[in-house]
Design a protein around this ligand. Structure first.
Ligand SMILES: NC(=O)c1ccc[n+]([C@@H]2O[C@H](COP(=O)([O-])OP(=O)(O)OC[C@H]3O[C@@H](n4cnc5c(N)ncnc54)[C@H](OP(=O)(O)O)[C@@H]3O)[C@@H](O)[C@H]2O)c1
Length: 225
């Protein structure tokens, strides 16, 4: 895909992976509309972005404000969901409220945002939806049941969406990288991270995601990183 003249929404452009993806897509000629969860963190969206926007994936109202604005005012050729949080703790010690909060940010919020933006994507040439779910969508790990469940749910939802959007020619890309050195584990919604092995670099992971979008690859398995 030729990214020039494409307008791409990067959800989580204020994060490490989202920021790298924003820079790479911008260098490839795309105009990136980047989002953060708050006005304060929007300062972390790379200056390469054409527009800085705010939406809290924890809030259905906040998402609706953003999607209403985008559908009414912007051309959207693609969406990259690079936003999410992690949560740690044994399943037996994790509360229903913690599970619900993590699931909202990692699955419910992104799914709402994508659904509400489908009218903007329909009819655009080479339209795509790409999301970074993670290796936890392929395999469960101890001490992070809520994270594994929320990402598996999002991945399963994307799989159904991929079938449903075939007729509209909208590509759905599910990228499932393993541990990456972004500091995500130091910013958990709850719990504390266990010792982690050395992860991949953010540049490498972002590069594989952008290459998959360009190639139209639908599933980027953990072993592809
Ligand atoms: N790092 C890894 O090892 C790894 C591996 C596999 C998959 N992933 C996934 O990759 C994605 C990006 O993670 P990262 O490693 O780049 O971490 P990061 O640097 O902490 O980035 C997280 C991003 O998510 C956004 N976000 C968090 N809560 C949000 C909310 N309530 N509403 C809107 N945006 C919110 C953050 O926005 P603000 O900063 O504006 O709050 C930030 O842009 C996540 O979905 C993560 O699960 C990461």
């Amino acid at each position: 895909m030729d990214f020039s003249a494409k307008r791409i929404l990067v959800v989580g452009a204020s994060g490490v992976l989202g920021g790298e993806i924003t820079r790479m897509l911008s260098r490839a000629g795309a105009q990136v509309l980047g989002t953060a969860s708050s006005q304060e963190s929007a300062a972390h969206i790379p200056s390469d972005a054409a527009l800085r926007l705010v939406a809290d994936l924890g809030s259905a109202e906040s998402i609706k404000v953003l999607t209403d604005y985008l559908v009414a005012n912007e051309q959207i050729d693609g969406i990259v969901v690079a936003a999410g949080r992690v949560g740690f703790g044994m399943a037996a010690d994790t509360t229903a409220q913690q599970v619900a909060a993590l699931t909202q940010v990692n699955f419910g919020g992104p799914a709402q945002l994508i659904t509400e933006l489908l009218p903007a994507l329909r009819g655009r040439e080479d339209a795509f939806i790409a999301a970074i779910t993670g290796v936890v969508a392929e395999k469960s790990f101890p001490g992070m049941s809520a994270y594994c469940a929320s990402k598996s749910a999002f991945s399963a939802w994307l799989g159904s969406l991929a079938f449903e959007l075939r007729r509209d020619k909208i590509k759905v890309i599910d990228a499932r990288p393993g541990h990456t050195e972004t500091g995500l584990a130091t910013r958990p919604l709850f719990g504390a991270a266990p010792q982690m092995p050395q992860g991949m670099t953010a540049e490498h992971v972002a590069g594989v995601v952008v290459a998959a979008i360009a190639a139209g690859t639908t599933v980027v398995a953990s072993t592809d990183f």
